[in-house]
Design a protein around this ligand. Structure first.
Ligand SMILES: [Zn+2]
Ligand SMILES: [Zn+2]
Length: 272
């Protein structure tokens, strides 16, 4: 199993000199299991993944991929219209995610590409798409890869995912606000995972002014990582105001408490 980060920023892309190291693209993480591609969210980082995939069977219209959307806020879908493999006939993509506030996954994705917002309708993209809305707790098997989900705490709802194959597992839990005690659903999902990717939008001090905004902190990520016996914690979905310098300091502080903490960065790739 291989993970590569293409976008680690929350809310809005943040280009500029202060974000060069961690990157300014919004949420997008690629997971490969034996050359099978799973894409976690389609934020602006998806454009870069698409450009890389053009050098693979996706460039010849022979690619198959799976998208797991945590939810459908802009920072998790905005890269999709710029995903080049979707413009090549023969490629096929399965899109999984929640419906969002009474609008289906399919309608929300199509609405992003209405003419008033974007020049190409989704139905005019030549590759094929299938949409599946997920129910909480439903375990899927995609080409031998097990995918579990849990609903977490975020305005409009959000899914966290666990991807497991051959004794390795990754948990993706972004855009979630913690409760006073660790969420039992997330603890169960993250149990003994190799990697927990966790919403680290705010510093603990900033969180005090953002209660009920639907995001969390590295401290809460550490609580989950310890309680669920997670091997490595990856901080993710940084606030747009966070500079490289600040994120470095946050990662260092987190490592004092949980040494196997890493700050996810664009372009970082690791094999499990
Ligand atoms: Zn987000
Ligand atoms: Zn969100």
């Amino acid at each position: 199993m291989k993970i590569k980060y293409y976008g680690v920023r929350g809310s809005i892309p943040t280009p500029g000199r202060d974000t060069v190291e961690y990157g300014g693209n919004t949420a997008c993480v690629a997971v490969w299991v034996d050359n099978k591609l799973i894409v976690l969210d389609g934020g602006t980082g998806l454009r870069v993944l698409g450009d890389e995939l053009i050098e693979t069977p996706f460039g010849r219209g022979e690619g198959k991929g799976t998208f797991l959307f945590s939810h459908l806020h802009w920072d998790h879908i905005q890269g999709f219209p710029f995903f080049k493999p979707a413009y090549i006939a023969g490629n096929s993509f399965k899109l999984y995610g929640p419906s969002q506030v009474d609008v289906t996954l399919e309608d929300t994705m199509r609405q992003q590409q209405q003419y008033q917002n974007f020049p190409v309708l989704m139905e005019d993209m030549p590759s094929t798409f299938t949409f599946t809305e997920l129910k909480e707790g439903h375990t899927m098997d995609i080409d031998g890869i097990e995918i579990k989900n849990r609903r977490l705490n975020h305005p409009g709802g959000v899914f966290a995912y666990r991807i497991s194959s051959q004794d390795k597992s990754i948990v993706y839990a972004t855009d979630t606000e913690h409760y006073s005690a660790p969420d039992p659903g997330l603890l169960e999902l993250a149990d003994n995972a190799d990697v927990l990717i966790y919403d680290s939008m705010y510093t603990p001090e900033q969180y005090k002014d953002h209660v009920s905004w639907g995001h969390s902190t590295y401290e809460e990520g550490i609580k989950i990582a310890k309680a669920a016996n997670v091997k490595a914690l990856h901080l993710f979905h940084y606030d747009p105001s966070h500079s490289d310098e600040l994120i470095d300091a946050i990662v260092k502080e987190a490592q004092d408490d949980f040494p196997n903490t890493f700050g996810a960065k664009e372009g970082w790739e690791l094999e499990l």
